[in-house]
Design a protein around this ligand. Structure first.
Ligand SMILES: [Mg+2]
Length: 272
């Protein structure tokens, strides 16, 4: 069987700012506005592969959305397929199981990042004093921090001066500024999930019939810095050509051509 870990934004779905052609479907509304879309072709491919849990089961696929989005941000998305049993949100710090937080997973996540708590608190207090910060400082589920800045580079440099980067990664994504514990990565989450899933195969609540742990193949897709650790933790990975241009050391990665939408490339390859 195949476990498919996929980032969402700019991997399967796209913001209204991104031109994905006219053939598209709405997947996210926010404050009354249409904010994210999926291409019609991606939607059709997703439905073919895992439109319902039954179809996914017949195709031997378990799709695990794997995103830095918070729980609320994740819940705003409605993909054109039946809701997934599992999703990794908050950069993998939280495992949603049938929409609920798996508390064992979450406690373990807090345990794993414990050694970075002091540095995260320090980052918060630096951001509080930063006059370029023009958004609330959000400490997401006691896991990581993000805010926005009028002068992101300046805010980032400010953080870099004082934060121990052995423990906490600080970086930008557009105007967003992040401080994320070094151990809170999608790569770690994917490895933890594979163990979690293999252990659960023995239990009755996951219907897996004849699946053996050694028969599981893992695939991941993602488009950004957040995704690299995940791309490096699976059997087969997908990244868009822009990311590969930026990180040429990434190995064994399938990519799209510049006239092909990344989301379509991924699903077309998986369905081959
Ligand atoms: Mg993304």
């Amino acid at each position: 069987m195949l476990i498919f870990f996929s980032d969402l934004d700019k991997t399967l779905i796209y913001s209204y700012k991104h031109d994905i052609g006219k053939e598209k479907e709405l997947v996210e509304m926010y404050q009354g506005r249409e904010v994210s879309y999926i291409s019609k072709k991606t939607s059709d491919l997703l439905k073919k592969m895992m439109g319902t849990r039954k179809i996914a089961e017949n195709n031997n696929v378990l799709f695990v959305p794997t995103t830095t989005r918070t729980i609320q941000q994740y819940n705003r998305i409605t993909l054109p397929i039946e809701k997934q049993k599992f999703a990794l949100v908050c950069n993998g710090g939280i495992l949603l199981e049938e929409g609920n937080i798996n508390q064992v997973w979450y406690k373990k996540s807090l345990e794993i990042i414990k050694d970075s708590n002091a540095e995260i608190k320090k980052a918060i207090s630096i951001l509080e004093k930063d006059e370029s910060v023009n958004f609330e400082i959000r400490y997401i589920e006691d896991l990581f921090v993000f805010t926005k800045s009028e002068e992101p580079q300046k805010t980032l440099n400010n953080l870099k001066e004082s934060i121990d980067q052995e423990k906490v990664d600080v970086f930008l994504n557009g105007v967003k500024v992040y401080a994320v514990p070094k151990k809170l990565t999608k790569g770690n989450a994917v490895k933890r999930f594979i163990d979690f899933y293999k252990n659960n195969i023995k239990q009755d609540d996951i219907k897996t019939d004849d699946i053996k742990a050694e028969d599981i193949k893992t695939v991941a897709a993602g488009d950004s810095l957040f995704d690299i650790s995940m791309l490096e933790s699976v059997d087969q990975a997908f990244a868009p050509f822009e990311l590969l241009a930026e990180y040429p050391h990434l190995k064994n990665i399938k990519t799209n051509s510049d006239n092909q939408l990344f989301s379509e490339k991924i699903l077309e390859s998986l369905l081959e």
